[in-house]
Design a protein around this ligand. Sequence first.
Ligand SMILES: *Cc1c(COP(=O)(O)O)cnc(C)c1O
Length: 878
Amino acid sequence: MKAIRRFTVRPVLPEPLRPLSDLARNLRWSWHTETRDLFQAVDPDGWRACDGDPVQLLGAVPAGRLAELAADRRFLRRLTAAADDLDDYLHGRRWYQTHPRAAEFPAAVAYFSPEFGVTAALPQYSGGLGILAGDHLKAASDLGAPLIGVGLLYRHGYFRQSLSRDGWQQEHYPLLDPDELPVTLLREPDGGPAQISLALPAGRSLRAHVWVARVGRVPLLMLDSDVEENGPGERDVTDRLYGGGSEHRLLQEMLLGIGGVRAVRTYCRLTGHPEPEVFHTNEGHAGFLGLERIREAGEAGLGFDAALEAVRAGTVFTTHTPVPAGIDRFDRELVTRHLGDRGALPGVPVDRILRLGTETYPGGDPQVFNMAVMGLRLAQRANGVSTLHGAVSRGMFAGLWPGFDADEVPITSITNGVHAPTWVAPEVFRLGARRIGAGRAEDALTVGGSDPWNPVAGIPDAEIWELRRELREQLVTEVRARLRASWRQRGAGAAELGWVDGVLDPDVLTIGFARRVPSYKRLTLMLRDRDRLRSLLLHSERPVQIVVAGKAHPADDGGKRLVQELVRFADDPRVRHRIAFLPDYGMAMAQKLYPGCDVWLNNPLRPLEACGTSGMKAALNGCLNLSVLDGWWDEWYEPDFGWAIPTADGDGIPAVSAMSTMSVMDEDRRDDLEAAALYELIENRVAPRFYDRGPGGLPHHWVQMVRRTLAVLGPKVLAGRMVREYVERLYAPAAGAHRALDAATAGQLAGWKARVRGAWPKVAVDHVEAVEHAPAGTAELGVVLALRVRVALGDLAPDDVEVQAVAGRVDADDAITEARPYPLKPAGGPDLEGRVVYEGPLPLDRTGAFGYTIRVLPSHPLLASPADLGLVAWPGTR
Ligand SMILES: *Cc1c(COP(=O)(O)O)cnc(C)c1O
């Protein structure tokens, strides 16, 4: 029999236990060990059975047990303490409120992302992008930053992975019932669900309800299209994360961006939450949020151009990948159909929308609408996610700012971080808390700063080593349990699986490798020379063991083949006690895996790993990194923290465009070289250091690296540090720009831009002279050149522009590197032909080949970057 209706019947908690319900519905439990311990005490067996999920637990505890607890004075005291602690956490003044510049900070920030990885109990993520978004919200909560998260609630989340007998990835999509998730429905005052609606072509509409997850102090709004009023197609819009074809994806992104803004407005209206002054889009998928705000501004009377200025001022765009497949590109016709007349954005001209997403750079495809390009045009502030990725992104998108050098492209970078209370194992936390107290240790992990971490330097070798062994041992137990479950699932009988008890050894050097399986991450690089790998695994004195995990995208058969290759290698009875592939990589597994490994391996094709965060989580637990110098590791690698795998791409910043044209031959050769370097490092550096034991059997040098990793690298990799940077460097200036641009000012700015664009063809640098210019092309350090230039401004006034000398080292082709601007001042004119003389000093403060040029840029106090309009005039450009 099949039920026609389904309900979740909730237990009624006895009055004294009511606070349990609040504790379960605020996801702070997911990073607060004491709250989790309390839930475990409710019903230890039930807790294990539901994988540590408080909502599931409370739904399943027998009534008798509840009655018992309601009369247990000790339990009730603990419960009161936990509830009070949550209350303090939610309402106290924190970093954001007490900051000297707090008045400049936005009243609220809306943070949009297609996925959020907050906890395994709310599986709405596929990988790093989502986990980062979850960590961003948690760190914002810890700091007291008033974020509102905005995402979708996918009925099937991402997929669960298992393996067939022969190692082929199987996908499952369990149904997630919101009633069994830690979310509540957003309701109107009359009790009915709040509803968001978007007009679709052919008179249809897409409606959604809004679920709210509480992430500490931060509400996370999740739109759900599975509502009765929708047609069947529309109900399925939020069925799966990253599933379906192009139109499905477009509808998801419209719901996220356009519907998301509407959900934020509804939420603020219903709860009195302050309206966001800044909108932050985590990758381009939510980019339509800017168009919806342009529509709103249009309703308030602004023209498109003025609305665009007002919206750009308060928008931050974070780009996350240099891999083209990671960027959404839609057919322009599809976009026209959905956003044109009578579409989801009434009143916004579709030709203007299309222009925002046009790839105007050389090699751009005129048929596509590019979400990242639109994201950059709709945001006055943009960033990449590590120093290297910032540079790579500036190069990749430089074509959108013709006339500017790549290093002037207005994309900055903020290096990602990870939420330490989520990712530091309780055992590691206790080691620190024993030195400095739990309260200070908590602050050290959340707000950051390096001083509180110094006491780590005083922890004795033996204590650190004992902890490492304990964590490794826990991992061994975990791996055996998961492997056994996987083999049962693959069809093995219990009697065949005796060998699983001998898998991994708690005293052997343990290397971890887990991540999604796009080709650039090179899951199987370690298999390049199988004999070599086998000899490392089976080394008689210095063996290594490896734990591997990762999901391939369901549509990526290439990725699934890689998984299969790895599984088949690990299935081999000769090595299966030393290498294991664990299916269904996710947050719960990750939390066990990072602390238990000694070495975290990462071997992407440089520079395609924008940042990478798993190595940071590993480092916070005293695991050393062994990685290609890509993403964050390129920035923070030190010999004390691990090892850099040499790469065959040369020094400096490799061009992404060069990667896409790399031939198979080059790629093969590069893999060979880099794999050989990897084996070499493991055999001759990593393993010898791990097994080099001194007095008391301790590997002194290794432990010293662990200690330095914790004390020096630890404070850098925190999400608290990352969110502080976002607030100070991007959110506060964006809020300032937003406040400066009321409707009238936005109109003036748009008018000014139009006037400058129109007048620019007549702007030119006519004549340059330098007094004291040395005759033979040489000059002495310390000489100051007096520059005098004549600039034609056409119809513009001196206030509309800045005239600069740009000086620096020159290379053999006379290209200026390490350029620095020296503004010049108007000194006379305009003459009869409208030319203005500019003057200023240029100090020769560097030895060697030196050069300068003159340029004219538009100038306005409300521009965030001189490259904002993409206009520049050089000598000889007219
Ligand atoms: C941290 C994390 C990731 C991202 O790891 P990368 O190093 O960025 O590849 C992916 N999945 C899970 C479950 C994680 O915890």
